[in-house]
Design a protein around this ligand. Structure first.
Ligand code: SAM
Length: 286
């Protein structure tokens, strides 16, 4: 089977199977072999690695991953793509194709079954309509991961990297930076996909920390505070947190904690760093 990473071979497969793109699944397939090679190299995939690919599509990147990795787990939601994948990946025996919604799979089970619970590398050209839930699920499930290398909307990649003071700073930035060290490894233009998405894209690599950069007594509690702060980001922290109905969090307890931290009582969540949120979380837990 020829590599699919170009327009001609992709079109041939799409025609062979009479495949029509489903917008609801965020289907934009890569047709640029340079980009594909750079993603796999950027992800640092070696013959020791087990890779999880979310949304293999017709198997374009999966072919490259099967060549580079020890084993590839490819999870695709669209059942119409399964016969296509069985065809385009037929010559590789180091893969499993799973027809499932990635958000419904038990990732820890998957990691145990196919990699003995050792850290996996995630490599994906993500469906843009669920980028954030997928990234959050990967982090919050605490599945053993080495890194996540993902094609996302450029705007989302910037949000993942940014810090306090930027309008793009939010719950996603804090989660990504609590669990990993993010780095944008390349920008990708809309012309590298079929059909062309109407946004620019970027590949971001998130290498997971062995130890989080800040320590916090209750991670889940800290993230409930973070989410509440950014759900009402124009409000002061005192108001947004006390409105959120979190146990023990009132106008008074938040004001006290801010005073202990020597922060203004009218400060907004968007001005707090990750270390500030960790401190606030520990104080409010008392
Ligand atoms: N990897 C292919 C490529 O680069 O050409 C396709 C990438 S395309 C942007 C996203 C893929 O994710 C599609 O094949 C789509 O059907 C699949 N997908 C969408 N939602 C999914 C979900 N919840 N779980 C698993 N796959 C999903």
């Amino acid at each position: 089977m020829a590599y699919l990473g170009n327009f001609t071979n992709t079109k041939q497969i799409l025609d062979k199977y009479g495949f029509s793109f489903q917008k609801k699944f965020g289907q934009n397939f890569l047709i640029d072999s340079n980009i594909l090679e750079n993603i796999v190299t950027g992800a640092g995939v070696t013959k020791d690695d087990c890779v999880l690919e979310i949304g293999p599509g017709i198997g374009t990147m999966t072919q490259y991953l099967c060549e580079a990795a020890r084993f590839v787990i490819a999870v695709e939601i669209d059942k119409k793509l399964i016969p296509v994948l069985n065809d385009t990946l037929s010559e590789y025996d180091n893969k499993v194709i799973i027809n499932e919604d990635i958000l419904k799979l038990d990732l820890n089970e998957l990691s145990k079954e196919y990699n003995g619970g050792k850290p996996i590398k995630v490599v994906a050209n993500l469906p843009y309509y669920i980028t954030t839930p997928i990234i959050m699920e990967l982090f919050e499930s605490h599945v053993p991961l080495h890194s996540i290398t993902a094609m996302v909307q450029k705007e989302v990649a910037l949000r993942m990297q940014t810090g306090p003071g930027s309008k793009d700073y939010g719950a996603l930035s804090l989660a990504v930076q609590f669990y990993s060290k993010p780095e944008i490894i390349m920008n990708v233009s809309a012309g590298c996909f079929i059909p062309r998405p109407n946004v620019d894209s970027a590949v971001i690599k998130m290498e997971l920390y062995k130890e989080n950069p800040v320590s916090v007594r209750n991670e889940a509690f800290m993230f409930s505070l973070i989410r509440a702060s950014f759900n009402q980001r124009r409000k002061t922290l005192v108001n947004s947190l006390s409105n959120a109905g979190i146990d023990g969090v009132t106008k008074e307890t938040v004001a006290d904690a801010l005073s202990t931290m020597e922060l203004s009582p009218s400060i907004r969540g968007e001005a707090l760093s990750l270390a500030d949120f960790a401190r606030l979380s520990d104080l409010l837990l008392n």
